[in-house]
Structures are given as C-alpha cells and as structure tokens.
Design a binder for this molecule. Sequence first.
Ligand code: FAD
Length: 716
Amino acid sequence: MTDTRAPQNTVLLIFRRDLRSSDNPLLHAAATAPDGEKFDAHLPLYVFDAAQVDLSGFIKDKDAANPYKPPRSQLAGYHRCGPYRAGFVGQAVWDLKGSLKRLGSDLFVRLGNLPEVVKTVARGLAENGAKVGAVWMTSHEGSEEKADEEAVASLCEEIGAKFKLWVDEKYFIDDRDTGLESLDKLPDVFTNYRKMQEPLREKPRAVLPPIEEGSLPPLVDSSLVPAQSAPFAIPDTREGLVDALVTPVKHILPNMPNFPENAESAHPFEGGETAGHQRLLHIIMSGVANNYHLTRNGLSGTEYSTKLSAWLAQGCITARQIHAMLDAFERGTDPRFKDVKGFGAYKGEQDEMDNGGIHGIRTELLWRDYMRLCHQKYGNKFYRLKGFGQEYNNRQSISSTGSDGDQNGTTGRPQRKIEWKSPVKDRALPTQEPSAEGVAEILERFKAGTMGMSLIDASQRELLHTGYTSNRARQNVASFLAKQLKIDWRYGAEWYEMLLVDYDVSSNWASWQYVSGVGNDPRSEIRIFNPIKQAFDYDKDGSHVRAWLPEVSKLKRLEHVFQPCTAPEEDLKEARLVNNIMVTKPVLRIDFYVDAKPRTNKRGEYRRGTRRGRGGGVGRHTTNGHVHGGESFNGSHANWSGYTQDTQVDAPVDAPVDAPVDAPADAPADAPVMNGTTRGPGDRAGEYRPLFVGPRGSPRGGRGGHLGGSSRFNTW
Ligand SMILES: Cc1cc2nc3c(=O)[nH]c(=O)nc-3n(C[C@H](O)[C@H](O)[C@H](O)COP(=O)(O)OP(=O)(O)OC[C@H]3O[C@@H](n4cnc5c(N)ncnc54)[C@H](O)[C@@H]3O)c2cc1C
C-alpha cells in the first residue's frame, strides 16, 4: 500500500565530479523546474566508489571482511586513489554537504559500486512506499564512468524512472558552443583548436544564477532512505570521513623518506567549493593572475600558478566561474578588486591590450577542454602504449614495439620505432636492455626519487610528500621516463593517477601521451627535455632541488646539485654522498658543461621577440645547455639520434606542455651560461657509468609491475 507521506516522484541527484552547489546544472534544473514538472522530493547522493577508493577504512568491526577488492591500477598495481586526493575529495564532499544544508537540502553519502548503490536506494525507497521518478547525473570521461552511466540508465528502465545524463558544465567552453559538428572535426593540433575558438574571452557561457534557499523540492525524508549496508559505517564528522579515506592508502612506499625540513608544499589547500572560491579570489587580489604568464613555469611555492586544478578536477569550481571572476576584474565590474592593478583595464572588444596573465590562464583552461575533447574522440586509445597519435591525419606516425600485443604500427607510412622497456618479463622485448628486473628497479627508484637526476628526483619527492608538482616538473618527469629511459610511459601515468591531488583522467593521460611522443605533440619526435638544462633555467639557485632532495643540498656547485654523480670525490665526502645510490648508480648520466662565456643565440632572440609580441612576457634567455653523447644502459648506448636538447625546438607560444624554450622573465643577468655541443651516441661511451648494475656488479632484483585489481581499461 502506498504511504501517502512518501513522495511518488523523487529525483535522485547523483553527484560525481561536480562537487559544488553553485553553477551546477542538476541543482539548478531541480530548483527551477516549471510547475507541472516539479518533483515531490529530491535526494542528493554521493557514492565513494569501490572501483576507485579503498573502502576498508570504513569498516569498524575488525573481524569483518571488505567485500570489495582494494582498487589497483591495471598495469602496475598502484592504489587507484592515493592519500592526497582521497583526503581532498573527502573534504569536498563534506563541504558540499554543508552547502546543501544551507539551501535546505543535504547530501546522502554511501559506499560501494555506484549502480548497485542506486539500485539499493531505489529499492529501499520503494519498500517504504516511495518512488524514484527520475535519476540525474552528469556525464564524465573514462571507461568505468561510461560503464556506470550505462548501468544506471538500464536500472532506470527496469524501475520505470526517467534517466537523464547531463553535460558536465565545468569546462571553459560549453560542449554546445565549440562549433564542432562532430568530434571527427576536432583539430589534432591544439593551436588550431585555439584559433577556432578565439577570442577566448567571449566564449564561456554565463554562470548559472545562484540557487535560492528553499527553491529545491523538499528533501526526501531520511527515514525512507536505506542506511549504509554492513560492514561499512559512515563517520559523522569531517575528520572521521577524511581519516577513513586516507588511512588505507597512506603507506605509499615501504621506506617513505621523511618530509624534508626545508620544503614547503606548493599545494597546502583543502578540498571543497568554499576553499576553491577563496583561492580564486586570492589569485586576483594577490596579483597571481596578473603575473601568471611570467611565473607559470615556477617550481616552488603556492603563488607561481593558480593551483586551481584539484578543485576543477572534482568540479568544486567551474572554469566559467573562474572566467566570470577574471572578467569582472578586467572590466572593473566587481568592486572587491578595485585596488588591484589592472582593475577595469579592459575597455571592450576594440581593446587590443590583453592582460597577459589572464590571457595565459584562459589558454590553459582551453587546453584542459581540449584534452577532454581528445579523450572523447579517441576513447580507450588514451590508455594504450602506442597512444592515439597514430590516428592522426597528416602526421608521420610513430610505431611502438614491445611484446604486449598492441604495438604494431598500422598506417604503412614511414615509422620510427619506439622500443618501450617493460618491468614485466613477458612484456619485455627479448632484446630489451636492461632486463625486466633492471627496469623494475629503475621504477622503484623513479617512485622514491633516487635516480640521480635531481630535477626529476625532487619532483618525485614533492609528489610523494604533497600530491602536487608543477607543470614544468611534470613535463620533465614524463619526458625523462618515456623519452630518455624509454620505459613504458603508462607506469608514470598510473603513478601520477595514484598520487596527484588534481588527477584528471583526460589531462593526465593526454599529457603523458603528449610528452611521451605518442599523443598529439606535433613535434614529438624531436622534443626531449634536458633535465639539467631545465634545472639551470627554472631552478636558478637550486633552491627547489635542495629543498626536496636534502641529500644533495650540501653540494656547492649547481651542476653537481643537479647531477650529484658528477661531483668530485672530496665534495661527495663532505656531503656524505659517496655511497649514495644516486651517485654510485645514476640511472642516466648526462654530460653537461658550464662555462662563463655567453653565447649569442639567434634562435633565442627570435623567440623572445615572438613571445613578447604575443604577450608571452619572456625575459632574458642566457642559458644554452647541451647534452653530450648518449646514455648507457648496462654499458650499451640508448638510441639517441641527432639533437636532443629542447633548445632546438620552437615551441608554440601558447603551449603549456610544450613550451620548453622560454626562460622566465626574471632570469638574473648573471645566470650561469652553459655551452657545449651535442654528439651522437657512442662519442663518449667510456665516460658513462654502467647502469642498473647492483652492488659489486651483480644485477639487482626489483619488484616488477603486476596486473591486478579492477580493470579500468580494456585496450592495453
Ligand atoms: C605528465 C603530466 C600530467 C598531468 N596530469 C594532470 C592531471 O592529472 N590533472 C590536471 O589537472 N592537470 C594535469 N597536468 C597539467 C598541468 O600540469 C596541471 O594542470 C597544472 O600543473 C596544475 O596546476 P595549476 O592549477 O596551478 O595550473 P595553472 O598553470 O595555474 O593553470 C590553470 C589551469 O589550467 C589547466 N591546465 C594547466 N595546464 C594544463 C595542461 N597542460 N593540460 C590541461 N590543463 C591544464 C588546469 O586546470 C589548471 O588548474 C599534467 C601535465 C603533465 C605534463
């Protein structure tokens, strides 16, 4: 019998990566439905998904078993969601609950598999005489996300509820306004997409009007909603929730190094819409936004870039909210910013002056859109070793070689082979050097930041300790793993997936592909970052490396700080580094000379001019690093050909990932000047130390990658 108190037309609002109450299309539509289409009740629901999050922290009874396998990445078996993002999402969910309560609503939090939870909730309501009339959720990229959407849609058919999948409106340009007739028409080079969309200032839709308190349909009576099933219990405090999420995944490495004394997190921020909006306000008030184009290549501190990525990834804020606030500042319509330089400086469409910093932020937000569109276009090709680059039109393709069955080139055009190295025996090519064990050992050192290449090690330590590392460092790390060590880049992408607080499936996998040369970098074949030169350019006084790698901090000369194996014996002794693995067994050694003679560099001059002309704001470019010779794996040279340092490459002026040429404007006049020449492999074979050789020359074993856990991807 129907309970007359029980609502017969409840709308289930499923929150996913749209953890916000403002500018949220689902809430907006539920609040503004015209008479006749209004729901009797609403039920906002967030599910911590067992396929993403280790739920064992929610089990209080020590004897109870977790019905779900702890989620692991498919290739390497890493946690799917590490402690930083788990904590951040917990905070964001709690914040959303608070915001919804202020609107007269609430957030029901449940654990398990999303479609199963929806089924349980719908059944439970039905048993209590209520009925789910509709289920709404936003659409997200990712094969698992799509599978969930399909499963919920089928369930709705079964229970006679209307299913609606909403466009996720947290992007800069709304999907409906891109002008693309179909995804086939998405340009394969970002610059072309940007040109299609310019002027960017005019593109974003207006932010949705705020929801008024009491405008949502009544909140469903909580006594009608089935409780969380055993063995799980949901904590009723914010700290309890965060603790339950973080505890099972907080031991990342068996021998986790201590947080270095002199290091500070560049991302000390909390999850949630409230904190995201405070940060947005801060970047305008403090001048971070104005200066963004000058500082965005920084490595240390909270202020060189916006640090909005983690909130964007979880949908705590939307790109159009960011745009709206920046635009209000530029047009002078928000008096909160009246004392900030640049307030009201934009004089309308005729105005040719552009705030370089804000222009830069808009362009980065467009990159983010673009990577998601590429994900939509190429689907699961995002996760395969040979990438999606081969699908390009008009592009010389690259083929990948290895033994995991998906590495053959397909287009019949001239192809360069990438012989990816694997830590797994039956995936490694028979000719692979070093062996699978050797690669497994390097990956362990990659994770711990003990490879002996300090810019990369410092970034890996920062990531390990904080869940964040700069864009500049990310590019170097990815290039080092994929292009210099030639290790299957997906191990890096999965490591990032676990640790990044701002992990976003599209941005992460597209960026790894881009830098690894299998995605959509039009210059992928020649763009390889030289991590020593990059360190000289972007960590001019070595303070970033010294802070995150305290071991090398006592070395005096910068080139030794950046590559400790090159330091003289007495310096190593003084710094107590003689037996350190970073010195005794660097995974790669790059010869790099520093001298005092400035070199004229016409190319550099030209770039400076070009970037200035476009508002790039690039200053003195006094460094010229050169890589000598090749590197050796167990004594044999890796196959480098031609020029390898990134200074040889013209980077597009708006490229965030591929802008390795620009020295920041604040380059001191007395920055060291580096000279040298690039030689082909083999020139200096005798000078390179054998790599991957264990103590006393014996090969060292290492933990291999292993498959395990839930399967996110089906096209390895
Ligand atoms: C190997 C690699 C992996 C990456 N993985 C991720 C990831 O998982 N999640 C993620 O958000 N970004 C990723 N990025 C892109 C970029 O490094 C981060 O977005 C940026 O460092 C975040 O810091 P921020 O918010 O201060 O960025 P800002 O420099 O202030 O940029 C503003 C916003 O623009 C977007 N953005 C900036 N650069 C990029 C870019 N290259 N691609 C796409 N969007 C961009 C972000 O949303 C960012 O918050 C990756 C880059 C590389 C090279």
